[in-house]
Design a protein around this ligand. Structure first.
Ligand code: DGJ
Length: 322
């Protein structure tokens, strides 16, 4: 009887207080096989209760492959497979390309998985992107296309899937001068419309998130692997009306460069998590992935950088613990 009461009490406590997952920053992630996680500049898709993460495998630092991992909680990562093997998935283009900022999309209409990435040559002169597709998330990805989107030189990149399903490729264009917002075709294979954003602002590592009525865009200056001030701007429309850039966080974005913002729709609140790369920590393969909560209020937002925080993925609640 006593045992039963204790069990009931524990059950009630866990339902009342939820299940906390602790996320620690600054440590090298290892996967469930004990190997170092290699998924730099990551992109994410949430599917059937799991986070899928693609990113640069920089074990062979300068000519990355692309790895896929999955996790129920952003902490315990299972290595799924290497989805792009530099020069093997793309024999026509050889092994000398730099595959950077791979981002994953699920296309509900075609039920395919699509990866867009920066597909660069040694001196960053190619300024190209590439698109890959697979029938299943951990299946075989084949090259669909590579080149300059709509003929425009394109480097650092990201993807953005809006709440209405409209999907974009976003990249730093024309020798790092502007950002380009490229509407993707329904199958996500092609860029079909281009809007120039932030002309001559020289921003890279763009990340867009849709919060209520507004879009927020985060970006960094172009300083190679060295971190710099993250800036944010906002607009009610993706194609026009972006506010002037404003500083956010400290002067080095807490030694990170933005890669993604994750939206956790919990039963009690929606929580946004900033995901960034702490490059060269101290080497390129040992660069860390850093995660922390970010809050939005009207047209303002705030980074809540911390060494450690707990999150309850069911309720969406979080608390800083270090
Ligand atoms: C900064 C970019 O954001 C990275 O993706 C990478 O291209 C480095 N520059 C290379 O210096």
């Amino acid at each position: 009887m006593k045992k039963l009461l204790t069990l009931l009490l524990l059950f009630n406590l866990s339902t009342a207080f939820g299940k906390w997952t602790t996320i620690r920053n600054g440590i090298l992630w290892t996967d469930t096989d004990g190997n170092t996680v290699q998924a730099h500049a990551p992109g994410f898709v949430y599917l059937d209760g799991r986070w899928y993460m693609v990113g640069e495998d920089r074990a062979n630092a300068f000519h990355p492959d692309v790895n896929l991992y999955s996790s129920p909680d952003l902490v315990n990562w299972k290595f799924e497979r290497k989805i792009i093997q530099n020069g093997v998935t793309t024999p026509r283009l050889g092994r000398s390309r730099m595959i950077e900022r791979a981002k994953l999309l699920y296309n509900e209409a075609t039920q395919k998985f699509v990866v867009w990435c920066h597909y660069e040559s040694g001196n960053y002169a190619a300024s190209e992107a590439a698109c890959f597709e697979s029938d299943s998330i951990a299946g075989t990805y084949r090259l669909i296309w590579s080149g300059r989107p709509m003929g425009i030189k394109s480097r650092d990149c990201n993807v953005f899937q809006d709440t209405d399903g409209t999907t974009y490729f976003v990249s730093t264009t024309e020798e790092n001068q502007h950002l380009g917002l490229f509407l993707l075709s329904e199958d996500y294979h092609e860029t079909v419309a281009h809007t120039q954003l932030l002309p001559y602002q020289r921003r890279e590592a763009p990340v867009i998130v849709h919060v209520g009525e507004r879009y927020f865009m985060f970006s960094s200056a172009c300083t190679g692997w060295a971190p710099n001030q993250c800036k944010v701007c906002h607009s009610n429309s993706l194609t026009q009306g972006w506010s002037p850039l404003e500083n956010i966080g400290d002067e080095t974005a807490f030694r990170t460069q933005a890669a993604a913002i994750l939206t956790i729709r919990g039963t009690k609140q929606t929580t946004y998590l900033y995901v960034g790369d702490r490059w060269m920590d101290p080497t390129l393969p040992e660069s860390k992935i850093i995660i922390f909560p970010i809050t939005f209020q009207d047209d303002q937002c705030q980074f809540h950088y911390c060494e450690q925080f707990d999150i309850d993925f069911r309720t969406g609640r979080w608390r800083i613990t270090k």
